[in-house]
Ligand binder design. Structure first.
Ligand code: PBG
Length: 326
């Protein structure tokens, strides 16, 4: 009897053979493009902290939506920079806020594109926290829920297909679901940032959205990166509260969590390749320290391999347009 030894036989694999047996693929339809919207018109102002990304007025966001759709990217994720901030983030629920205006313009221009609205107060509050702050500086979870509910309904009224709560208040998915149902938006879906860690990798985003907390940090409501099992509990809770899709965030540093959530939950699961991950790739590529195209493609594949059905990434439009998804 000969010894039976498995041999990978990689040296015999042609490119066609490698394609034939590849376990993971990546297409434009796996990607979601985040966009930052501001009031006004004709504005496309580059964001210093996120090279290649811009603040867009609603008309320019609609133009971008057309480009995304033409490139085969099915969805975009909107963040808003309001003209004014206050302690309770009033602009989040205003019909004339930049996000709501952008949703209407995008849906007019490109009805087929999936419009996802990030739902959080941090871009709208003057203190920069994701919820209402008590006099002692702590965040009041339960006082925040009604404000999120109003903002979600306002986004749905504007025409959003998907509401994506990213605030990490307890009970928000159930609260938003009931608010949407009570106002007739039964068909508006919820993409929950179920598993969102307190992360240093959000740095450039906070500059882009002007949402860094003025005092303190988000450690009382975002998750501790030492904990993976807690991520599974958060995911299970959001499923029970009525989420339609889940998001794990950040992406690359949390592939273990992504894979664990994927294995446990039967809803679609996405990964958010966040601003700090983008900034690291861009900075290293700019210095010639890494091959940009290869490193970005490998990063996107890593999240797909770990189980992401879709990836929110600042590379979505470029990767789709340049045909780098395969
Ligand atoms: C809002 C929100 C943040 C991000 C997405 N939604 C910032 C934060 O939690 O501080 C980060 C996205 C990125 O870094 O690209 N709460």
């Amino acid at each position: 009897m000969p010894d039976i030894i498995y041999r990978p036989r990689r040296t015999r694999r042609s490119a066609a053979m490698r394609d034939l047996v590849a376990q993971t693929d990546l297409s434009p339809h796996n990607l979601v493009q985040p966009l930052f919207v501001v009031s006004g018109s004709g504005i496309e102002q580059p964001i210093a902290a996120l090279a290649g990304q811009s603040h867009l007025s609603p008309d320019r966001a609609a133009r971008k939506a057309r480009e995304l759709h033409d490139a085969g990217v099915p969805a975009l994720l909107l963040f808003g920079l309001p003209p004014e901030k206050d302690p309770v983030g009033s602009y989040a629920a205003r019909a004339d806020a930049p996000v709501q205006e952008a949703v209407r313009r995008i849906k007019d221009a490109v009805p087929e594109i999936v419009v996802i609205c990030d739902l959080c107060l941090c871009e709208y509050t003057d203190h920069g926290h994701c919820g209402v702050v008590r006099p002692d500086g702590s965040v009041d979870n339960d006082a925040t829920l009604p404000l999120l509910m109003q903002a979600a309904v306002s986004q749905a009224e504007a025409g959003a297909d998907v509401i994506a709560p990213s605030d990490m208040m307890d009970g928000r998915v159930g609260a938003v679901r009931s608010a949407l149902d009570e106002t007739g938006f039964h068909e508006t879906a919820i993409l929950s940032y179920a598993v969102k860690y307190r992360s240093a990798f959000y740095g450039p985003f906070r500059e882009a959205a002007g949402s860094a907390p003025r005092e303190g940090d988000r450690s009382t409501y975002q998750m501790d990166y030492r904990n993976a099992r807690e991520g599974l509990r958060e995911a299970a809770l959001d499923v029970a509260e009525g989420a339609d899709m889940l998001l794990v965030k950040p992406g690359m540093p949390y592939l273990d969590v992504l894979a664990a959530v994927r294995a446990k939950v039967d809803l679609p699961v996405g990964a958010y390749h966040v601003s700090g991950e983008y900034a690291m790739l861009e900075a290293a590529a700019q210095r010639g320290w890494i091959d940009r195209d290869a490193a970005v493609t490998e990063s996107l594949y890593a999240m797909r391999r770990a189980g992401a059905d879709f990836i929110a990434t600042y590379y979505a439009l470029e990767w789709a347009q340049r045909g780098l998804c395969r």
